[in-house]
Design a protein around this ligand. Structure first.
Ligand SMILES: Cc1ncc(COP(=O)(O)O)c(C=O)c1O
Length: 402
């Protein structure tokens, strides 16, 4: 909205929503959009999930914020639950993904510092990465369009091509502290690191005494059909940043660490005012209640298969619009033949919300508890959107989508 009091940093669609119900977003005048954007992979359980609403309402009536000057029992509990479910022993709560990454990068640097190697502070990252918009995380992401105009790039980040593990190995030197990657790149276009590459990266880290950091801000919390995407590979990191899905829409994140990697994070070396506050912790615990329920992730995988097969059929029908389907679980990408922004516009015309990504991809990120019926409707809308752009659309399909 030009002329508003807001920074003009976002290219917003001319759409505003009044409320959300499950997989649906509803405008003030009652128009219903199927939300497969999920606030960019945030609304892990859709909108207005009764268990989350109850948890935040109950907590809001009791206590919002006290700061980390005091014990926060629900913070301790959520930390213990995350540790019990993962490789981690220790957790630091943040308000966002970028802050979780900052904590992971600082933890890796401190690890080497307290082990007598203060010169080891550099982190190797991969092209296509997105780790956030703070000064350090734009340096880690390495994308020129996000770095330009913000002064000298923060020192200590070296980048290699996506999945080029040989190049990563060559870059390791006496100053290298860590290797950082998203097991499935989100903004980069739903690109998954092969299991063999993750294994090699782990071996390199072990061989050279580096810490392995996974960024599961987007691909974590059940999104790929496992609690964390790296579980598909059997490779575990030393540090992991999470956010988005753990809050289900409430802003929160966390840095997870092994005891060993967190050895330098002693009293006073790092902090946050808001991170881990009682409101956020009530929601985080409520999200885990649902995602850790027996059979929940099995259902994610079953639905993911239905969706992927449905999308593959549409790609076959409209190869001049959709080239390929990629992704894992409910983190799916349409590799577009036409401009992804155009395809996204066509989907929105058909009241389906999705998110463009790099590599000319459209991300589909439905709630993890999406219903079969909503998947059916979503596939219909993708088909209609594709038909409206296709040169080869059967007449019937074009009319239906008109
Ligand atoms: C993989 C990944 N890491 C980090 C971030 C940054 O998270 P935030 O925007 O909460 O700072 C994002 C956000 O899209 C992300 O997708």
């Amino acid at each position: 909205m030009s002329g508003s009091a807001l920074y003009e940093t976002f290219a917003r669609a001319p759409l505003a929503f009044d409320r959300g119900e499950g997989s649906w977003l509803i405008t003030e005048d009652g128009k219903r959009y199927l939300d497969f954007a999920g606030g960019i992979a945030v609304n892990s359980l859709g909108h207005s999930h009764p268990h989350l609403v109850a948890a935040i309402t109950e907590q809001a009536a009791k206590l919002w914020h006290v700061s980390n000057l005091y014990e926060i029992p629900n913070q301790r509990r959520l930390g213990e639950r995350l540790a019990a479910a993962t490789f981690a022993d220790k957790v630091f709560f943040t308000n966002s993904g970028a802050e979780a990454l900052e904590c992971a990068i600082k933890t890796a640097r401190r690890y080497h510092f307290v082990n007598g190697n203060p010169e080891r502070y550099r982190t190797i990252t991969f092209e296509g990465a997105f780790h956030g918009r703070t000064l350090a995380t734009i340096a880690a992401g390495g994308q020129q369009k996000y770095l330009e105009g913000f002064g000298p790039k923060v020192e200590g980040f070296d980048q290699v091509a996506f999945d080029d593990i040989d190049a990563a190995e060559k870059l390791i030197g006496p100053e290298t502290a860590a290797i950082l990657l998203e097991p499935v790149q989100g903004e980069g276009g739903i690109r998954q690191f092969p299991t063999a590459s993750l294994k090699r990266v782990r071996e390199l880290c072990d061989k050279h005494g580096l810490l392995l950091i996974f960024d599961e801000v987007q691909c974590g919390i059940g999104r790929t059909g496992k609690l964390f995407a790296h579980e598909w590979s059997g490779v575990t990191p030393d540090l992991m940043a999470i956010a988005k899905g753990i809050g289900g829409g409430f802003p929160m994140g966390a840095c997870l660490s092994t005891d060993e990697a967190a050895v330098g994070m002693t009293a006073g070396v790092h902090g946050t005012t808001f991170g881990g506050n009682p409101l956020a912790m009530a929601v985080g615990n409520a999200v885990l209640d649902v995602v850790l329920e027996d059979g929940f992730l099995d259902e994610v995988n079953r639905k993911a298969l239905v969706m992927k097969q449905g999308l593959a059929a549409i790609a076959d029908e409209y190869p001049d619009v959709i080239e390929d389907i990629r992704g894992i679980g409910l983190m799916l990408g349409l590799k577009c033949k036409q401009l992804n922004s155009k395809v996204n516009g066509a989907l929105r015309e058909h009241e389906l919300l999705a998110v463009p990504a790099g590599d000319n991809v459209i991300r589909l990120l439905p709630p993890l508890n999406v219903t079969d019926e909503d998947i059916r409707v979503g596939l219909e809308r993708v088909r209609a959107g594709a038909a409206s752009l296709s040169q080869h659309a059967p007449e019937a399909a074009r009319k239906q989508s008109a």
